[in-house]
Design a protein around this ligand. Structure first.
Ligand SMILES: [Zn+2]
Length: 504
């Protein structure tokens, strides 16, 4: 049969494969799909309805599509543009790296990421797209259309703020000489009320099919948003029943600045503002202490754990086991291609496990491979607010990745879950199905002309670089000051036990 033209209403029997359901290896079972939903998982040779199309999955290991709980679609046209970047340098570089003006730039950037994720076994993501100074309906529609066209699920949340990096970090603006204070002044953002009204209009007019792409609210970093703005974001998320996602305690600079600004941790502060609830996702959480984790857990919140980015930007190693112990819903993400520098969820799984091991020599304190896989499927799905993805089980969407059991990474198949979490690198991916439809077949992405995408991306990058030379020069002037100021702030020793991660 030709599955690419398969009628989704016709039952689809996937026969002869080995199946992993989230963290459990089910062995050899067949899977029946109808209308894009898994309707049965049963013994090999289980009866199938008359007229069912058959997919031969022999020599295939099936796992639920991985779910990327934190990425930034706008960053893909700026992939790997900074080498020794801290988070603060990355934020300062945004005006020359990803200052998009056209919907095509936004669409192409999002398409690159969607294509990469699907080819690497990821079928859904939480995308914190950026549209500064204000989110636009056209821009968000372009990003939503990109995901729909490529064929993956996404939650899209335009990042919003009402303070720049220079206003958010106490003392930073004063550390700049007057001519640089003048140079960064034009970056200042509109009053938060204007941003909220734009976001409200986007949510109000959202007409997409929410089974594939849905919106969410993302006050980007608490320090970059006035309290009233954070509260308004919370109210908007409640009013429209969408997720809310922010970067929380990502760098030590943020953690220290939070205590200076609020007199308490960032987490304690936003808990007081009423932000914490089950639809709340905190990205990173490297500098959470035990009290912070208990607060997040008690409110049923999620943390999107981005171990590769945390190391790449010098932010540290988050305590994923501590998060699980506190009852936090642990999700896993890649973060952006400007700070990882790929969107390979298999690599994120590996780093999530290895980073936990790197925290100390007691293996009883290490996250297990099944816990990591569960976090990257069921946990991330919950963070996205998609409650019926992330498993190969009846009632769940047929978002399924088919790995080649003759790929070297899986030879021999000794420990399927451990091999997937610690060993797989994406080279075993043969086919990827989303909602019962193949979008990757025989290692080829069916929905995107990649050479044409590469060509257009290169043209757009050249155009962006040509119009952003002033922003690049401003960054070059500011960067040495950030490289002095921020590490010095991060060396703050008060509360050292609180911040070092070694004690509560
Ligand atoms: Zn991020």
């Amino acid at each position: 049969m030709n599955e690419e033209s398969h009628d989704p209403r016709r039952p689809l029997a996937i026969q002869g494969g080995l199946v992993l359901d989230a963290s459990d290896f089910l062995g050899g079972v067949d899977v029946l799909v109808q209308d894009g939903i898994i309707v049965a998982v049963g013994a090999r040779g289980m009866p199938v309805p008359d007229g069912a199309a058959v997919v031969d999955a022999s020599r295939r290991l099936l796992h639920p599509g991985l779910v990327n709980a934190h990425t930034h679609g706008h960053a893909n046209l700026a992939r790997s543009m900074g080498d020794r970047f801290t988070l603060e340098l990355l934020l300062a570089a945004a005006p020359h790296m990803s200052p998009y003006v056209s919907v095509e730039e936004k669409r192409v950037s999002a398409t690159i990421g969607a294509a990469e994720m699907l080819l690497k076994g990821c079928t859904a993501c939480y995308d914190l797209f950026v549209e500064f100074p204000l989110p636009t309906e056209d821009g968000i529609a372009a990003v939503a259309a990109a995901y729909a066209q490529v064929g993956m699920r996404a939650v899209i949340a335009p990042m919003m703020a009402d303070m720049t990096l220079y206003e958010a970090i106490p003392g930073l603006m004063e550390a700049l000489p007057p001519h640089l204070q003048t140079a960064v002044a034009p970056l200042s953002l509109p009053p938060w009320q204007e941003t909220i009204e734009r976001m409200r209009a986007i949510l109000h007019s959202w007409h997409g099919d929410r089974t594939m792409v849905r919106p969410a609210v993302a006050p980007t970093i608490p320090l970059h948003c006035r309290d009233e703005f954070m509260v308004a974001c919370r109210d908007l998320a409640v009013e429209y029943d969408v997720g809310i996602h922010t970067h929380l305690a990502e760098s030590k600079v943020q953690a220290v600045a939070g205590v200076r600004r609020y007199g308490r941790s960032l987490t304690a502060h936003i808990e007081q503002l009423g932000l914490l609830e089950p639809r709340f996702v905190a990205a990173h959480g490297v500098w959470l202490d035990g009290d912070d984790m208990r607060l997040l857990g008690a409110h049923g919140a999620s943390v999107a754990h981005n171990p590769a980015s945390n190391m790449r930007l010098g932010n540290g190693v988050a305590d994923a086991m501590g998060m699980l112990a506190a009852g936090i819903n642990l999700a896993i993400g890649t973060d952006a291609t400007t700070c990882n520098d790929n969107l390979n969820m298999y690599q994120a799984l590996h780093f999530a496990a290895a980073a936990s091991h790197a925290r100390g020599p007691d293996p009883a304190q290490w996250i297990t491979a099944p816990q990591v896989l569960s976090a990257a499927t069921v946990g991330s799905a919950r963070a996205l607010g998609f409650d019926r993805i992330g498993r190969i089980a009846p009632g769940y969407a047929a978002d399924i990745v088919f790995l080649d059991l003759d790929a070297p990474t899986l030879i021999p198949l000794n420990a399927p879950v451990t091999q997937l979490v610690l060993g797989e690198d994406g080279t075993s991916v043969v086919d990827v199905m989303v909602g019962g439809r193949f979008v990757v077949r025989q290692r080829r992405l069916l929905t995107v002309d990649l050479p044409a995408l590469a060509s257009r991306a290169a043209e757009l990058r050249a155009e962006i670089d040509a119009r952003c030379t002033d922003s690049l020069h401003r960054f070059d002037a500011v960067a040495p000051i950030l490289c002095d100021f921020c590490p010095a702030l991060a060396r703050t020793e008060w509360h050292i036990n609180r911040w070092c991660g070694c004690s509560d």
